[in-house]
Design a protein around this ligand. Structure first.
Ligand code: TUI
Length: 296
């Protein structure tokens, strides 16, 4: 999660038994090297990962950093990591790309991906077309490598459901936005905790990269501009530049892009990563133990 998942959050997730991801976002290689060092120091050798947003202007540079640093797991989003995968795999990195469709999942399995994250369009940020419910079982049926589910998962019920769809694990983003160790602006956390089920919107389809975020003045204006004939794609791109930073760093309620998934309506508290992870897995375990009630 760009501007959101820094070393502090990633380390807290890894220390609590998850696999924390540092987001390389649109930052350059020096930033990423610094965050990796901080995460290593805070986790004492526990595994963690780096997420590379492939639309970043620094994608080539950060792809080299994860290699130099021998980061245990590299996750990718918003594109195809094909050109980087031979070197990553050769160096022993585990490669876990996010996929929005079966075709892309198949290509990445052929290229040697360790696992894939099948991410439904309930999720926040850059989204594909399919829901988690429809995407996950189809990817599971098509692939032999492990599939992790993402999109719309915020508690133990979501985890249990994802496992029933055939996923072997889950990736949660929005749930950790209000984590105590997440360094985003308090206004962002408050917006998540106040959100209702219908409070997200997808904009950016005209640009070919749809993005889900909480509704505010920025998303309303963006949605209007997408329909206006006089507005060019370049105008739209320019309007969006820096908007996630405005949300996460400045807490700019009006002009920020508060990327969040549809599950935001379920999140009402600020907990530590340990409390979140222990709570949701205890809930999932209890549900799965009780699932026999549905059998005759
Ligand atoms: O990447 C994400 N979520 C993101 S990236 C991001 S930064 C951004 N900001 C504005 C516009 C675009 C990006 C904010 N949130 N999630 C993983 C994800 N990957 N979702 C969908 C995909 C994806 C899409 C197409 C993965 C591969 C893919 O391949 C198509 C192709 O052929 O390139």
């Amino acid at each position: 999660m760009a501007w959101v998942s820094e070393a502090g959050l990633a380390a807290a997730v890894s220390n609590a038994g998850g696999l924390g991801l540092i987001s390389a976002m649109n930052a350059g290689p020096d930033y990423l090297r610094g965050e990796i060092a901080k995460c290593r120091a805070a986790t004492g050798g526990k595994p963690f990962g780096v997420n590379i947003m492939l639309m970043s202007p620094y994608a080539d540079d950060v792809a080299q950093v994860v290699l130099d640093e021998r980061v245990p797991v590299v996750a990718t989003g918003a594109g195809m990591p094909a050109q980087y995968m031979p070197a990553w795999l050769e160096a022993g990195l585990k490669v876990v790309p996010v996929v929005p469709s079966v075709a892309i999942a198949r290509r990445l399995e052929r290229l040697g991906a360790t696992a894939v994250v099948a991410e439904g369009c309930e999720s926040g940020g850059h989204v594909g077309e399919l829901t988690t419910m429809a995407l996950v079982p189809q990817v599971v049926s098509a692939l032999s490598i492990p599939v992790l589910a993402a999109g719309g998962i915020g508690d133990g019920r979501g985890i249990a459901a994802a496992l029933m769809l055939g996923a072997q694990g889950v990736q949660l983003g929005t749930r950790f936005l209000t984590a105590k160790e997440c360094s985003i602006h308090q206004n962002y956390k408050n917006k998540i905790m106040q959100a209702k089920d219908i409070d997200t919107i997808v904009t950016g389809r005209r640009l070919g990269h749809p993005v889900r975020a909480l509704k505010n003045r920025f998303t309303r204006r963006f949605a209007e501009m997408e329909l206006e004939q006089g507005v060019t794609e370049a105008d739209l791109e320019a309007f969006g530049v820096g908007s996630l930073r405005k949300a996460a760093v400045e807490g700019d309620i009006e002009s920020g892009s508060f990327m969040a998934g549809q599950i935001a309506g379920l999140i009402h508290d600020e907990l530590s990563c340990e409390e979140i992870i222990q709570g949701i897995f205890a809930e999932a375990e209890a549900l799965l133990r009780g699932a026999g009630q549905w059998l005759s």
